[in-house]
Design a protein around this ligand. Sequence first.
Ligand SMILES: Nc1ncnc2c1ncn2[C@@H]1O[C@H](COP(=O)(O)OP(=O)(O)OP(=O)(O)O)[C@@H](O)[C@H]1O
Length: 520
Amino acid sequence: MSVPPHDRPVAGAPAVELAGITKRFGDVLANDGIDLAVARGEVHAVVGENGAGKSTLMSVLYGLHRPDAGQVLRAGVPVRLRSPADAIAHGLGMVHQRLRLFPGLSVAENVVIGAEPVRRGMLDRAAADRAVAGLSERYGLDVDPSARVGELPVGVRQRVEILKALYRRAEVLILDEPTAVLTPGETEGLLRMVREFAAEGVSVLLVTHKLEEVLAASDRVTVLRGGRVTGRFDTAATSADELVQAMIGRSLGAPPHGPRPTGTPSGPAEAMAYVLEVRDLHLRDQDGVAAVAEVSFGVRAGEIVGLAGVAGSGQRELVEAVTGLRRAGSGEVLLEGRPVEGGRERRVAYVPADRAGRATAPIMSLADNLLMGEQRGIRLRPDRMRQRAAALVERFSIRASSVRAPIAQLSGGNAQKAVLARELSRDTPVLVVEEPTQGVDVGAQERIHALLAEARDAGRAVLLQSSELSELRALADRVLVMFEGRVVADLPVAEATDERLGAAMTGAARPEQGDAEATG
Ligand SMILES: Nc1ncnc2c1ncn2[C@@H]1O[C@H](COP(=O)(O)OP(=O)(O)OP(=O)(O)O)[C@@H](O)[C@H]1O
């Protein structure tokens, strides 16, 4: 892939510079005269609350959006980016949150696709393998070129995407919320790699909501708010609190919630029956492989039970059985003593991890999405429905140009808040939530945690799946850990340390019961 001829690089200029970028969507000013420069070998974090304009800015840089004003400079030279192909030709690479790989192809095939080494008119597999192995070695990525992508854990797949960019000689790497889908161990590995890229002269733009990652891995930080830059910091000289101030205009309060000090349901709840009860559940996946085996537990009213485990340990299938999306192979799921109904169980409010796919109707308006399911039975008057939608928008601080705008136009975090608003306001005995704060800003995280605690205090039984151990510790009364389809630990929150959870998640700790809570 040859770089088109352009003016000569300017010595000492930033590797990449966004100058005065303005981008408007209808009435929304998503980027308002943003300046941002990244030096060679610098890790530059971009943070800001949901809807601040981060994705828009990165899309401009990657040729996905044309700015209304402003320009992009590479090594001091203005470049025209009309498409990702232009961006790649100018040494830019982007790893999206949703990975775009072919599961049936090998790592090497995925990496070279569209830019294959050719020998006698055919893909030169050996050369592809060599190139991938070389890059993998150079940047410490540890990926087997011949492995089939579909069989790799998500953390390794993400490295394949990074390899793809590096293979196309990316000198500037844009990582859009790269750790959202990773386990704590994978996150640590990724951040180490990011530092490695910088040491090799690659510039990295890191978009994230996780300030501890910003502090651990970046050199500088740009904060966006309402489409404008509200802060520029040297990471070494700033703090999480200072960043939060610039992001949301205030500090985070002391947690208004938290688990009960003992970590167990208080008082009479102890004697109360389970609202949600799973008895000796066995489930098989599409290929007939056991996905869940011998799982038994219960959740009482006024209790949050956390569900931990590395991705693919059976949590998703278990949640599907509880929400009625999947039929039990054997065993039982009981809601207030009666079996769960198939289809979509009405006694369970459900916030799925896959928001776009499962939780929203993208072309419908924000209002329709907020009220989806409520129209059932009584016919609400349109003005009342609009009022109700507006009240939810207010209560959950959802940023949108209008409740009539299609939900697909909302930023990722705001769409997530909309799903939470809808499900939390349903009056069901059981609430099942997957990854509630994935992709949401720190202010909204605080709010969502308070709302989940409120749901618990109102007497709902809450099952909370999260890959953030700190989130489970902040909210859950007990944490169940799944490994290879089984519950291998059931710990009161006071005993759920990183070490014990980590050991259980990787299968290092064999079945273990804290306060023997399992039923059946
Ligand atoms: N295609 C679009 N059409 C209309 N409005 C859009 C479009 N894309 C983004 N917006 C709006 O532009 C603003 C900035 O959105 P953007 O996705 O850049 O925010 P963000 O900082 O990446 O947020 P998040 O952290 O939630 O992902 C938001 O108000 C959003 O609703």
